[in-house]
Design a protein around this ligand. Structure first.
Ligand SMILES: [Ca+2]
Length: 357
């Protein structure tokens, strides 16, 4: 979420291997740290002494700052970015994940209206279906960015506060949880504020666990997308062509749902419009090796970018979702038919009831 963890983790590891500056314990005598502690004591009822002890144990890590300065989706073009996520291994593991967690995916899909392939694809892009959830202590990541990364210090101080509230309320140990270099946690890589706001205890076992409780993981991703405006059954994206005399204000590089199906058509964009003219839409320029490929994103495309503010990210989720779903269909088709020579049973429906036809 927000930051691509797999690319970021690799980058951070490379920087560490290259001998970038070592980590250092947080100096809790710094004015901004004292101010933060005082705020937490007054606003949230924390004991100052406990906070000092915890924050003193945190390591500020220069490698985290270096990783923050170079997120993969800002540096890469679509044709460079796509193969990181759309490849045989991620498709195969997606089908394996779906097979292993079919019930959790189906239940989350019915509840949220988000088709299971999109829930799986987000987990696939974020953490390889929960396999790579990050090896930084969340405390170190948030402390580093809250106090040693001025461009985003307000955001990360808020997230650090949310993290301390989350771990207090959920009886988790704030010193041991692990996550990405940005402090994103679990299979869906929720930042602490989103964990508190959108995570769901779907199996009602009393714990909302985004690392290994798969009903919780799947339901939380569905809940996040639903709360950000996902429309059940609607398409995500259509391939498009743009007339040479297209309106000059359309470059396909602004991430805003500021057009409609009708306005794009009026400006010379041709696509298979599956929604009515008044439906919100966005034109996307995808850089292929041989030039720009045009695509039109609908509302649900924009909703995916609320998970990570990048059109590249949403296109990767869209394509991975389609590829994993197709792999499931292919696997089902290849499975041996049940032995019944008189009247062979039809194959089981490969998709959940929540998947639109
Ligand atoms: Ca649970």
């Amino acid at each position: 979420m927000r930051i691509l963890p797999s690319a970021g983790i690799a980058l951070a590891a490379a920087l560490l291997a290259a001998g970038i500056k070592p980590a250092a314990a947080l100096d809790i005598k710094r004015a901004e740290v004292k101010e933060f502690i005082a705020h937490m004591a007054v606003a949230d009822g924390f004991k100052k002494r406990q906070l000092r002890k915890l924050l003193k144990s945190a390591q500020s890590q220069p490698a985290i700052i270096d990783a923050m300065n170079k997120p993969a989706e800002k540096a890469k073009l679509w044709y460079e970015y796509r193969p990181i996520f759309i490849n045989e291994r991620r498709i195969r593991e997606g089908a394996e994940f779906w097979t292993a967690h079919r019930q959790a995916l189906d239940e989350a899909s019915i509840k949220s209206g988000v088709a299971p392939e999109y829930l799986a694809a987000i987990l696939g892009v974020e953490t390889y279906y929960g396999r790579l959830t990050g090896n930084y202590r969340v405390l170190d990541a948030l402390v580093t960015l809250a106090f040693d990364y001025p461009p985003r210090e307000k955001f990360f101080r808020d997230e650090l506060e949310q993290y301390l509230l989350l771990t207090r309320d959920a009886h988790l140990d704030p010193a041991t949880l692990k996550g990405s270099y940005a402090g994103a946690m679990g299979a869906p890589q929720f930042m602490p504020s989103n964990y508190r706001r959108y995570a769901v205890d779907a199996d009602a076992n009393g714990h909302t666990d985004l690392w290994s409780d798969w009903p919780d993981v799947c339901a939380s991703v569905g809940n996040y997308l639903k709360e950000h405006g996902w429309n059940a059954g609607e398409p995500v994206l259509a391939e498009a062509t743009v007339a040479p005399e297209k309106a000059v204000d359309l470059d396909g590089r602004k991430l805003a749902l500021s057009e409609t199906v009708g306005s794009l058509q009026a400006k010379g964009v041709s696509f298979d419009a599956l929604l009515p003219p008044e439906a919100p839409a966005i034109l996307i320029a995808a850089d292929d090796l041989d030039g720009v490929r045009w695509r039109v994103g609908y509302n649900n495309f924009f909703v995916i970018t609320r998970y990570n503010h990048s059109a590249l990210y949403a296109m990767a989720v869209f394509e991975l979702a389609g590829a994993v779903k197709q792999r499931m269909l292919d696997n089902d088709a290849a499975a041996p038919a049940p032995a019944s020579p008189a009247s062979p049973a039809p194959p089981a429906p490969p998709v959940s009831p929540a998947t639109p036809p």
